[in-house]
Design a protein around this ligand. Structure first.
Ligand code: SF4
Ligand code: SF4
Length: 185
């Protein structure tokens, strides 16, 4: 039987702490209540990702924001493991929205650190090319027809591209560096 090693986070150094970070975060939509997290752990206990990962702990994310460990949070690949299922949001006794906090941190990782997992970049490229996040092969479309399924709805590529343009996402996608596979352990 193989033994699972317990994950021990690296020692926190005083120079890593950004005391203003929690105030900056609490001004962002979805992260307003981060300061009232009292570390009960309900979010981690109920999180489906934490169940399979030694690294991903929503409670820890809230604490790291409170402590101001900005760079550690933004550079951590585990940030991209959250599936945005919102279980933590439904169950938090303090009304803290971890899923919203993760979204804000991901946006910061892209804007401030120019980092994005490869899979997200590919999904965005597909969206800009076809209007769907997955490029659907002709064989799949043929199979739908054979099964008597209705054709896929038409996408409005012009509007999709407009959204990428006005949000600045197209420019950001060009300059981001991709990070490799996001491991769950
Ligand atoms: S459930 Fe809410 S209060 Fe409890 S640790 Fe998670 S975010 Fe903090
Ligand atoms: S939204 Fe993310 S952090 Fe919250 S329970 Fe789901 S996977 Fe876990």
């Amino acid at each position: 039987m193989t033994e699972t090693k317990e994950y021990v986070p690296p020692v926190i150094r005083a120079e890593e702490l950004d005391s203003k970070f929690k105030y900056k975060m609490s001004k962002k939509h979805g992260a307003e209540k981060v300061m009232v997290c009292f570390q009960c752990g309900t979010c981690t206990a109920d999180c489906p990702i934490a169940r399979f990962s030694e690294f991903y702990r929503p409670r820890r994310i809230a604490r790291m924001v409170q402590l101001g460990l900005k760079d550690r949070l933004l550079l951590d690949k585990a940030l991209w493991l959250c599936s945005s299922c919102f279980t933590c949001v439904d169950h938090c006794p303090q009304g803290v929205e971890i899923a919203g906090i993760v979204r804000v941190l991901r946006n910061m990782a892209v804007e401030d650190k120019n980092l994005l997992p490869l899979v997200y970049k590919e999904l965005a490229a597909n969206l800009m090319k076809t209007g769907f996040v997955y490029e659907i092969p002709e064989s799949r479309l043929q199979k739908r027809m054979e099964q008597g399924l209705p054709p896929l709805p038409k996408t409005n590529l012009k509007d999709v591209l407009k959204i990428f343009e006005v949000t600045g996402s197209a420019g950001l996608l060009e300059k981001v560096q991709t990070i490799g596979k996001v491991e769950s352990k």
